[in-house]
Ligand binder design. Structure first.
Ligand code: GLU
Length: 461
């Protein structure tokens, strides 16, 4: 079994969390196929047929974001480098009578739609372009007006497919407008190049957002028309000319609505918040599925449970609080080797393990490291506490467990317990009321620093 998927962003902006989710799921489909002993391939396809809006900086940002997330494509294609393939398909479809010329302006089309709606009719293109004669076309040409091109849907050919998420789908082609595939200036809209690429790149599975469902209906007829016109693998029967389609429910904000914020929330914002890429992967892999969202760092575990059948048809709710929770839990599992390049100069493994359970993000380690390196700010101690801290300095010994030894000795010597026993020590040693387990932190401070801080807090210095 071979699974070939693709992620096909238009480089007209940065990836947002919705695109990232689509990319991840397509990558996971291919990786899962490999895990199951088949072959899998995940392609990055840059849909840059719109030269006005496509920007090289976005192509680079898309690559960089995917790399940062750990989503590594097995290959990359660019539509702008494949124009002759679309030209060939175009010629074949013109020849087959599946593309036709139209001249309406955007305003004229808008007016037609309004009239139809006013009459209680669905706003479907009236196919006026199909009735034009050779003379009509010649007249337009003489006026210097170029046509745009539409794909002629076959109204006799019912469109249906078994959607991987939505189940059986059926469309009446007569209820759809013939889509525009090529603009007046010869540039391409997304539909036809995408179908040509999916055929020629052997894409077996197209997983995308449910906003593409009606595009799929149209494209299924395109796949067949292209197949009939001999574009692509000639061994493939017409019935299986299209890939398997699956449309996932959209991602919405936690209040359940499509949110503007999500449309611009991307890797930069995640990096700024010091969110681990694994946290994003763990959350998005399962969000909107029947699987529980858990802090799972091991992609193999996520792949084992990944299945389109578990995807819900209800919108998936993205909540930052879930991401923070997953991130924090993953940080608590991270090994020193995974983070050492991001830790402050001099912070070693023992210190990492001491502060790790208190962190929400890896960068939080910088604040704790300042406690170790000092200077620290001390609260006002009462005379009684200062006396107690003097005793602490005198009782400090340095064995395997200096904190256990110190607090044990002070408990016996003073009868203090609980907060009265621990808090002045923590405050004197760290300047804080809360923080990492002192049993782990004290060895990181070291004997000299610990003694000096206790002495200073007791007023001995
Ligand atoms: N470039 C299209 C988009 O970003 C691709 C859609 C698809 O996956 O086919 O919407």
């Amino acid at each position: 079994m071979t699974t070939i998927t693709r992620f096909a962003p238009s480089p007209t902006g940065r990836l947002h969390v919705g695109n990232i989710r689509t990319a991840l799921h397509n990558w996971m489909l291919a990786e899962k196929a490999k895990q199951d002993g088949g072959s899998g391939k995940f392609m990055l396809r840059i849909d840059d047929t719109d030269p006005e809006r496509s920007k090289e900086k976005y192509v680079e940002a898309i690559r960089a974001d995917l790399a940062w997330l750990g989503i590594h494509p097995d290959g990359e294609e660019r539509q702008s480098e494949r124009l002759e393939h679309y030209e060939k398909a175009f010629d074949a479809l013109v020849e087959a009578g599946r593309l036709y010329r139209c001249y309406e302006t955007a305003q004229e089309l808008d007016l037609k739609r309004k009239v139809q709606l006013g009459r209680g009719k669905p706003p479907i293109y009236d196919r006026a372009g199909l009735t034009l004669t050779d003379e009509d076309h010649a007249a337009k040409e003489a006026e210097g007006i170029s046509p745009h091109w539409r794909f002629k849907l076959d109204h006799e050919e019912v469109i249906d497919w078994a959607d991987g998420v939505r189940g059986p789908q059926k469309f009446d082609p007569a209820m759809l407008s013939d889509p525009v595939v090529r603009r007046e200036d010869g540039s391409w809209l997304y539909m036809l190049p995408s179908a040509v690429d999916d055929i020629e790149m052997g894409i077996t599975d197209v997983l995308r957002g449910e906003d593409h469902v009606s595009n799929t209906a149209v494209q299924i007829q395109m796949f067949r028309a292209l197949k009939a016109a001999d574009i692509g693998d000639s061994d493939c029967p017409v019935e299986s000319a299209s890939p398997h389609f699956a449309h996932e429910a959209l991602l919405v904000g936690k209040e359940g609505k499509l949110s503007k914020r999500l449309g611009s929330l991307g890797c930069d914002a995640f990096r700024e918040r010091d969110i681990e890429p694994q946290a994003i992967i763990a959350l998005l892999a399962r969000l909107g599925t029947s699987q529980p969202v858990e802090p799972i760092a091991d992609i193999n575990v996520l792949l084992e449970t990944f299945a389109l059948e578990t995807f819900s048809r209800a919108p998936a709710k993205f909540d930052d609080a879930d991401l923070d929770r997953i991130n924090t839990a993953l940080v608590h599992q991270m090994e020193y080797a995974d983070v050492k390049d991001r830790l402050p100069e001099g912070m070693g493994e023992e210190a990492w393990h001491a502060v790790r359970p208190n962190l929400e993000t890896v960068s939080g380690a910088h604040d704790y490291w300042k406690i170790v390196t000092g200077p620290i700010e001390l609260p006002e101690f009462s005379d009684e506490d200062r006396e107690y801290l003097k005793q602490a300095a005198a009782n400090l010994t340095w064995g395997d467990n200096p904190w256990g030894a110190l607090t044990g000795a002070l408990k016996n010597a003073t009868g203090r317990k609980g907060k009265a026993l621990f808090l002045p020590l923590r405050q004197a040693l760290t300047g804080q009321n809360f923080g990492p387990d002192m049993g782990d932190l004290l060895p990181v401070l070291g004997e000299d620093v610990a003694r000096r801080r206790l002495e200073r807090a007791s007023g001995m210095e």
